[in-house]
Design a protein around this ligand. Structure first.
Ligand SMILES: Cc1ncc(COP(=O)(O)O)c(C=O)c1O
Length: 394
């Protein structure tokens, strides 16, 4: 049965990580894999998370099954974090999923089960898993223009011109904040225009928000999504606690459905739960229980907010320092985009030869397409990164 299978392609990001581990050079720098690291180069367990874990170990009464929608306290907390005070709050329903990845797939399956001929529009470029997940659900994927490789900024005019062509058979997938891979976020004016176009032309917006709190702050990062939630009748959301709670391996996320009436939301939720039943059945509880306990406890929540804010400040400080060092060393402002981008990543426009030279000659690891994980750097790495970039004529 299996011998006729083609040899699987290696995952480019994971195999880069393996090469990095094997590299004996002490000065090597990993700007590849998408995890936050602190100034010691560690992806930390947040202190509020550790406290909630300890309390869970001591007080959780049972590990019996919960249900298809997972932890409802967590679901409510996720809805509150993104949507409290918006016009669609009362029509929103969250379902716990295995990470935002699980939410993306659940919502893609939901769309396909209702309207199999839907086209999902993703940004060019987009998160590497958007296309495979949507296609695995049987949906057609097309791209809208997004990033201008010359300016390293979002080309909102081209993006909105394409979005204006979408209609009722289309889903528009947007990054809530901290665009992966480019780091380019869209302005509130563009979000407003997208809301107007959705109202006029009837496409369904779908916001994937995996980095809430990593850009300009928890509420600031949800501003575009909240604007949509105030304006459009229907909206899908996938959200993640991998980054902002540092719970990567616990697979903690949620799918949020907003339909045009409470009754329609209930029906859509029911269909999504049937789909979950046919795939993984119930989501893992460990991370969701931790998040629910943090967000439901004033002291732990304050501690989490503080730590998240300092992670966010660290990323933005690294961005400023990179820009300043590039200005000094290159005598130009062509790297200023680093401080304009938000979140962990920036697309640098490096080509394959430059990426190979960075790795071979300087021990600096960057993924294909030139994405750099700014949040993977130590402050002390900056001079070496800047020198290496300039040495390969970035
Ligand atoms: C834009 C985007 N969406 C979704 C995900 C998946 O997140 P999770 O680890 O919660 O499945 C990621 C992770 O890198 C991402 O960057």
């Amino acid at each position: 049965m299996f011998s006729s299978l083609a040899t699987p392609k290696a995952d480019p990001i994971l195999s880069l990580s393996a090469f990095f581990k094997e590299d004996p050079r002490p000065h090597k720098i990993d700007l590849g894999i998408g995890v936050y690291r602190n100034s010691e180069g560690v992806t930390p367990i947040m202190s509020a998370v550790r406290k909630a874990m300890l309390s869970q170990a001591e007080t959780q009464p049972t590990k019996a099954y919960i249900g298809l929608a997972g932890n409802e306290t967590f679901n409510q907390a996720m809805t509150d974090l993104l949507l409290s005070g918006t016009a669609s709050y009362d029509r929103a329903s969250a379902i716990q999923t295995p990470g935002a990845s699980g939410a993306l797939r659940m919502l893609a399956d939901l769309i396909a089960s209702i309207k199999p001929n839907t086209t999902v529009w993703i940004s060019r470029p987009s998160y590497v898993n958007h296309q495979p997940v949507m296609e695995a659900a049987g949906l057609t994927v097309r791209e809208y223009p997004f990033f201008d490789a010359q300016t390293k900024r979002v080309d909102e005019t081209a993006m909105l011109a394409q979005i204006a062509e979408l209609g009722p058979d289309d889903v528009l997938l947007l990054h809530g904040c901290c665009h992966n891979p480019t780091g380019g976020d869209i302005s509130l004016e563009a979000w407003r225009e997208i809301a107007n176009l959705a109202l006029r032309n009837g496409f369904l917006p779908f916001v994937d928000i995996a980095y809430q709190g990593f850009g300009d702050g928890l509420m600031e990062d949800a501003a575009g999504l909240r604007l949509l939630a105030d304006s459009v009748p229907q909206l899908l959301i996938s959200t993640s606690c991998s980054k902002n709670f540092g719970l990567y391996r616990e697979r903690t996320g949620a799918a949020i459905i907003i339909a045009d009436s409470k009754e329609a939301t209930t029906k859509a939720r029911g269909r999504a739960l049937e789909l979950a039943r046919g795939t993984y059945s119930m989501p893992p509880d460990h991370g969701a229980d931790i998040v629910a306990n943090i967000l439901g406890n004033e002291a732990l929540k304050a501690e989490w907010l503080d730590e998240l804010a300092s992670m966010n400040q660290r990323i933005n400080r690294l961005r400023e320092q990179l820009t300043l060092t590039f200005r000094e060393q290159s005598d130009s402002q062509r790297f200023d985009y680093f401080s304009e981008h938000r979140g962990m990543f920036s697309v640098t426009g490096l080509d394959n030869d430059q990426i190979a030279a960075l790795r071979n000659d300087h021990g600096v690891y960057v993924v294909g397409g030139g994405r750099v994980n700014v949040a993977g750097m130590k402050e002390s790495d900056i001079p070496a990164v800047v020198n290496a970039f300039l040495a390969v004529n970035a």
